[in-house]
Design a protein around this ligand. Structure first.
Ligand code: CMX
Length: 137
């Protein structure tokens, strides 16, 4: 099942500008940055507070015009793109949701942030929310 909210993903046109905005305006720290070629994103994980607990905010900027984030920005503009839950076993969690009639986007999990394994539920099967399942590395 779903263990907790892992992160909330926000599509942004420019990663460095967005990191600076969140630091200056909201006082949030950037705790991780990476490029994921397969997903076509440059991304940053932000944390609120300094006790290390709590869900992260994931800023997502497109690497390519045909990427999921570029398409999202074209259609909807910057804003909330996904809600990600931590799971212990992404195959088992995905299989359970498939058995309940939801479409998972990938037959096999793909690589997510920091070596995690991820899959997604189609937003049309989850009340208009792109749900990500994250099994941490
Ligand atoms: N949240 C809610 N609804 C969304 C959405 C989102 N993020 N993205 C698309 N939709 C809606 C569209 O508005 C559209 O609705 P209408 O038909 O009512 O207009 C519908 O879904 C389109 O669905 P589609 O044609 O099947 O798919 P798209 O080409 O728009 O792609 C999606 C959507 C979710 C399949 C694609 O974004 C995807 O594959 N996402 C998973 C990968 C991803 O998001 N990677 C970036 C993050 C990487 C990471 O987290 O590490």
């Amino acid at each position: 099942g779903l263990l907790r909210v892992d992160h909330v993903g926000i599509a942004v046109p420019d990663l460095d500008e967005a990191i600076a905005f969140y630091a200056q305006i909201f006082g949030m720290r950037c705790v991780h940055e990476e490029t994921n070629q397969e997903q076509g994103v440059r991304e940053a994980m932000l944390a609120a507070g300094d006790d290390g607990t709590g869900a992260r905010i994931q800023l997502l900027a497109p690497l390519r015009p045909d990427s999921a984030i570029a398409k999202f920005l074209d259609r909807s503009g910057p804003g909330l793109q996904q809600l990600a839950y931590t799971v212990a076993d992404v195959e088992a969690a995905g299989a359970a949701l498939r058995a309940r009639g939801l479409r998972l986007l990938y037959d096999e999990p793909k690589r997510g942030t920091a070596g995690s394994r991820i899959n997604f539920v189609h937003p049309k099967d989850a009340g208009g929310v792109l749900v990500e399942l994250v099994q941490p590395a």
